[in-house]
Design a protein around this ligand. Structure first.
Ligand code: NDP
Length: 783
């Protein structure tokens, strides 16, 4: 027998992690758990089973919360919130630090429990999930400590409802609970019903840490508990991770409620391999990208896009590597791929491969599978067309689909050919190429020559239908804080009525729309007269219809080059708009006075000019960051434009309101479709003459007039609009947020609260936040 024969026939022995401590802990609680509300455990009520997906063994019974329980948990969280937020940041930091230490102290127990409840390999729960959980509590202990000094203008949202999935039960808990508590929120957590146990153990740790009653509450149970939380009037913020379908339902359920919302949803993340990549490393990365946690990962690199010249060699090597993967008992320390969460998910994966795989070639790893339990072999499907279902839909299992490309431009096009935008990976030894491709990818996170890197200091989250909001980093705190500001209810304004003895104007003074850099007549041919307070006809404003909105969105889409224009160029144009407006100050002031019937016109124009200068200034000063992540390399956080933003302008300040929203949006590289002040639209139609003389590229700013309610559905629901801002005097918040659910676009609505456009609230970092997405690009270095 040769040494090679020995290597080829050698097998791994079993290296099982003991489940003794977990079994003892479960036994100590009679394998039955109640709910954790107001710092106390309820007696177990009606229960559901927690089973080990690896062998089907019953682990424990967990209480199914009812409506009264959720109400009690929310009430406890509400009672506790003021006092918790009122503690010093240092006091909260000590609790978070205690939690971090307790997670470390009980790390083995947590890891084994997580593996038994979820089916993920112990190597992952022990070396990745639980250390990251501790890291999040440490990091946010620091954020609590720094809050008063570093975020003096922001305060807690209130009661946070957290709804988390089964794929990273404890890690998702940490991603949400740590920042929420750090910023002074209290929490009601609903874990996935398939995986409640690590949340139950965590609740015990909060007791051990002496967390005040009501600060953290746990309501286990089915999906409808999540619905109740979303609809509860005393919940101020919902943070959800899970499927895009449920994310959409939650968007609907919370629309117009004033609740803060962050959604971290599905993905079909591209994994791009250029022909100059270090192929062996790229293959190891791919093993991590798609077989980590059995592929049940929202940001799994589930779509391999490999350069044509190396594709055959790459597939061959990949298949060899797949055959060496070890699938089996998740508690075995030398297992690569564990169990699928449950039979339903297993069947769904098998069905998708069975049906969708026919269009391509299916390769399944020649590795042995256990006879019982929920296991699926590592699978590669090649030869599918980019539009094939399996290339587009999330399989959420250990199944990789693959296609090839020839040029970098084609790679980007294929990568972005998805409704999702969570993560992307690029492998190339040419960093110039990789760094050129990264900004072109529609994704919240990009990994260059690495994959699945996560850290509390680096923001994580998606664009498009992968949701909105970031978790981690300074940017993650925005989801758990709100501006410290007292607001008043918005008083709706109505246009001045036509006088009884109105005379017909023989001269047509119907102001046109401004679309794609051109003055355009309303498609429907309708307009309305605009009267002064004293009954003078000031002009006519067109009434936009659905077609006008579509044309304006199309023009804005077509102006994509603006996103790539230098910040310096954008600044010059904004300064120039300000200069050109200032040349017409008197005319605009008189127009605003005539429209509003007030004498505030001159001040409004002056403030608008100043604001244009403010946003011109910001163009090249909204820096990104290099995040101090525990990796030799950098995680770059860069600000990218959101895309096309639909904006309903405020009624009361017809010029300043429009400028205050348009300018930050275009300063950050967005293109806008503006619905002008409803009662006083003519300031906006005069303003496009200023834009025409200020070198604003066609399509960057588009202006429509009409009734906001008539066009809100079309603009907010348009699939080519990436964000919608509703600051209208008409109460559009609920409608806009409902419609935004279609493509899960970001929304920023006023909830019928007034804003002082003249004061500091009319500008500031809040606007920058809404005008940008943070992209985190991970760049390891070293040979
Ligand atoms: P869901 O989105 O259904 O579940 C996520 C969480 O939401 C769970 O706590 C769930 O509770 C809860 N929930 C379910 N329905 C509602 C509702 N109407 N309102 C509020 N909360 C609700 O994901 P699934 O677990 O059902 O998985 C389905 C698919 O979703 C997977 O196959 C995968 O494609 C995708 N998925 C994506 C994840 C991601 O990280 N992006 C994570 C998990 C799944 P309960 O568990 O009790 O139903």
């Amino acid at each position: 027998m040769t040494i090679k024969d020995i290597y080829d026939t050698m097998d791994w022995g079993k290296a099982p992690e003991s489940d003794g401590e977990v079994q003892a802990w479960l036994e100590a609680h009679d394998r039955k758990f109640g709910l954790f509300i107001d710092g106390k455990w309820t007696a177990p009520g009606e229960t559901f089973e927690a089973r080990n997906p690896a062998d089907g063994a019953l682990l424990a019974e967990v209480t199914k919360a009812g409506l009264d329980d959720v109400n009690a948990a929310v009430a406890a969280a509400k009672r506790a919130q003021g006092k918790w937020a009122g503690l010093s940041g240092h006091a909260r930091a000590k609790y978070l630090y205690a939690l971090a230490r307790l997670v470390q102290k009980h790390s083995r127990l947590l890891a084994v429990l997580e593996t038994m409840d979820n089916g993920k390999p112990i190597r992952e729960s022990r070396d990745i999930d639980v250390p990251l959980v501790a890291r999040h509590f440490y990091y946010h202990a620091g954020m609590a400590q720094l809050m008063e000094r570093e975020l003096p203008d922001r305060e807690a949202m209130g009661v946070a409802g957290h709804i988390i999935p089964w794929n990273f039960p404890l890690l998702m808990l940490a991603w949400k609970v740590a920042p929420a508590l750090a910023m002074g929120n209290t929490v009601v957590l609903k874990p996935a019903s398939a995986t409640s146990l690590s949340a139950v153990l965590f609740a015990h740790l909060t007791q051990e840490a002496g967390l005040p009653p009501g600060v953290f509450n746990l309501t286990t149970g089915p999906g409808r508990i999540g619905t109740v939380l979303c609809e509860h009037p005393d919940v101020d913020k919902i943070a959800f991770t899970g499927s895009t379908e449920v994310g959409r339902l939650i968007r609907h359920a919370t629309a117009g409620s004033g609740k803060g919302l962050t959604l971290e949803l599905g993905g079909k993340s591209p994994y791009i391999v250029f022909d100059d990549a270090d192929i062996d490393s790229a293959i190891e990365g791919l093993v991590d990208a798609i077989w980590f946690n059995q592929g049940q990962v929202c940001c799994a690199g589930s779509r391999l896009i490999v350069q044509e010249g190396i594709s055959e060699r790459f597939y061959a090597k990949l298949k060899t590597r797949m055959d060496k993967l070890r699938v089996g008992d998740p508690l075995d320390k030398s297992i690569d791929v564990g169990a699928i969460i449950d039979r339903g998910q297993l069947e769904s994966i098998a069905r998708m491969v069975e049906q969708g795989g026919k269009a391509g070639e299916v390769y399944q790893a020649a590795c042995a599978l256990p006879n019982q339990g929920c296991y699926y072999p590592p699978t590669l499907i090649t030869g599918l067309s980019p539009a094939a279902e399996l290339m587009q839909e999330e399989i959420f299992g250990p199944v990789l689909v693959a296609t090839t490309f020839r040029t970098p431009a084609e790679a980007v096009e294929l990568a972005n050919n998805t409704r999702y935008g969570l993560a992307a990976t690029v492998w190339s030894e040419n960093m110039n190429l990789a760094l050129d491709v990264a900004p072109k990818l529609a994704a919240g996170v990009v990994w260059l020559n690495t994959t699945n890197a996560f850290d509390a200091a680096a923001g994580f989250g998606g664009v498009r239908e992968s949701g909105f909001g970031r978790e981690g980093g300074w940017e993650g705190l925005l989801a758990y804080t709100k501006p410290r500001r007292k607001t008043k209810a918005l008083t709706p304004l109505v246009a001045f009525p036509a006088p009884k003895d109105a005379t017909v104007d023989t001269l047509d003074r119907t102001a046109k729309f401004f679309i794609g850099g051109k003055q355009t007549r309303p498609d429907g041919g309708y307009s309305r007269a605009i009267w002064s307070k004293h009954g003078k006809l000031l002009g006519h404003a067109g009434l936009a219809n659905r077609k006008d909105i579509r044309n304006a969105v199309e023009a804005a889409r077509g102006a994509g080059a603006w996103a790539k224009a230098t910040a310096h160029l954008r600044a010059q144009i904004l300064f120039y708009i300000g200069e050109n407006l200032s040349a017409r100050t008197e005319e605009f002031a008189a127009r605003i006075n005539a429209l509003t019937g007030l004498r505030n016109g001159a001040r409004e124009v002056e403030t608008a000019i100043e604001r244009l200068f403010t946003w011109a200034a910001w163009c090249d000063k909204y820096d990104g960051a290099v995040k101090p992540v525990p990796m030799r390399g950098a995680a770059l956080a860069t600000h990218e434009p959101v895309g096309v933003v639909g904006i309903f302008c405020p009624d009361e300040a017809p010029l300043l309101g429009l400028v205050s929203l348009m300018a930050p949006a275009i300063a950050m590289g967005n293109r806008v479709v503006l619905a002008a002040s409803q009662p006083y639209p003519l300031a906006a139609t005069d303003f496009y003459q200023v834009l025409e003389t200020s070198d604003v590229p066609p399509g960057v700013v588009n202006i429509l007039t009409g009734f906001h309610n008539d066009v809100a559905t079309t603009l907010a629901g348009h699939l080519d609009v990436d964000a919608v801002w509703a600051h209208s005097g008409a109460d559009l918040s609920a409608l806009v947020e409902h419609e935004a659910a279609g493509n899960l676009k970001r929304s920023w609505v006023n909830n019928a609260r007034a804003r002082d456009w003249f004061g500091p609230d009319g500008e500031g970092r809040e606007f920058l936040h809404h005008a940008t997405e943070v992209k985190t690009t991970w760049i390891p270095w070293g040979e």
